[in-house]
Design a protein around this ligand. Structure first.
Ligand code: PLP
Length: 394
């Protein structure tokens, strides 16, 4: 009667959903302030005031039908022109309006890109730990997600393992740096090695292998860590960007796909992206939000809270005996669990109302994810509880 696959996807509770529901139930029992919910990647930094100013300006000064009307599917040409200028200047590239396709956030950008690229039996490589939605997104377009195990010492890439996963059917490698859930940023060396391997494999198999660079956390980088502009390192890179995290706008659904001019057969790829967007019923990204991001194209992101929270949580957890890679960006810590079974560990943490996500959900068992996009005070009050939890294992 219905697609069993869709039914399963729509009704099977994700771990995060289950944790969220547990948190709601406990909040009703012990009070909201006594729940330490580190499970959600929802930005807590207030949406910057320049966003409100831009909205007001647009509402007061633009033609109302234009504000709420359709735009062409890739996005209003003037909006794309403005973003293209801003990106060209920032990344020293020759990006024009024709290289950009505005989407409803990164999720849409990635899905449209996968759909555009995927031919029968194609494989997409994800490097663990990875954003779990990649699996349904890739499978939905008929592709197969191939997973490279994590390099747990630093969450860069285990290149021996990586090489073993590339086949003649590899269509793309998904890169997500700064990374959800590890907080790692791929170094320039890592990206150069990745580029070298892919270039050799492209020659061996005689077809392009793309990097799909999923970059919702691009602006959130700490302590001098640099988020490289990957198209300058590897030409067949398609960038998927979102304003969900950088401007705290996750509910508004706005982002873009950048197909840089360097990409092999650029016109064909861009055309396929337009076709994929069409069948996925994209129509156009929300018009008002297109105008807003054009007005705010050169505005900075406020990352101070994430920087402060990351340091506080990292130092507190390592002090309590946890082993953890120092956060470089995004707003997640990904420490080792204190017992091999990460589900059992996260279950035990619930005793202290610490809500954590098991690493196995991200392809890296033996770890847990703590999202620190929470109030600093929540972290301060949670640290003694993490200490008590750690003491249970001594
Ligand atoms: N990619 C990664 C790695 C994410 O963490 C998220 C959201 O948390 C997304 C994509 C989706 O972002 P958006 O809200 O822009 O669709």
């Amino acid at each position: 009667m219905v697609s069993e696959k869709m039914y399963e996807l729509g009704t099977k509770k994700s771990t995060i959903r289950t944790i969220f529901e547990f948190g709601r139930k406990r909040a009703a029992e012990v009070g909201e302030e006594n729940i330490f919910d580190f499970s959600l990647g929802n930005p807590n930094v207030p949406t910057p005031p320049f966003i409100k100013d831009a909205i007001v300006d647009i509402l007061e000064n633009m033609d109302v039908n234009a504000i709420h009307g359709y735009t062409v599917a890739p996005g209003h040409p003037k909006v794309r022109e403005t973003l293209a200028k801003s990106l060209s200047k920032r990344f020293n590239d020759d990006i024009t309006a024709n290289n950009l396709f505005i989407t409803a956030g990164a999720a849409a950008a990635i899905t449209i890109t996968f759909k555009a690229l995927c031919e029968e039996n194609d494989e997409f490589i994800a490097i663990a730990p990875f954003f779990p939605e990649y699996k349904p997104f890739v499978e939905n377009v008929g592709g197969k997600l191939v997973i490279v195990p994590p390099k747990v010492e630093d969450f860069q890439i285990d290149f021996d393992a990586f090489k073993n996963k590339i086949t003649s059917r590899t269509k793309a490698v998904i890169v997500n740096s700064p990374n959800n859930p590890s907080g790692a940023i791929y170094s320039e060396d890592t990206l150069k090695t990745l580029a070298k391997i892919l270039t050799e494999k492209e020659e061996e198999y005689n077809h392009p292998i793309f990097i799909v660079s999923d970059e919702p956390y691009r602006e959130i980088a700490f302590d001098g860590n640099i988020v490289s502009y990957i198209p300058k390192i590897y030409k067949n890179t398609i960038v998927c960007y979102s304003y969900s995290k950088s401007f705290s706008l996750p509910g508004e659904r706005i982002g873009y796909i950048l197909v840089p001019p360097s990409v092999t057969d650029f016109q064909k790829i861009y055309g396929a992206i337009a076709g994929a967007a069409r069948v996925l019923t994209h129509v156009n990204a929300p018009s008002l939000w297109q105008y807003v991001i054009a007005k705010c194209a050169d505005k900075p992101s406020d990352i101070e809270t994430y920087k402060k929270n990351g340091k506080l949580l990292y130092e507190g957890l390592t002090d309590a005996g946890f082993s953890c890679v120092k956060p470089q960006g995004a707003f997640y810590l990904f420490p080792k669990t204190l017992e091999p079974d990460d589900y059992a560990f996260c279950e035990r943490a619930k005793k202290y109302d610490l809500l954590l996500v098991p690493g196995a959900d991200f392809g890296a068992p033996g770890h847990f994810r703590a999202a620190y996009c929470v109030k600093t005070e929540t972290i301060e009050r949670a640290l003694p509880l993490f200490k008590k939890l750690a003491e249970e294992y001594k």
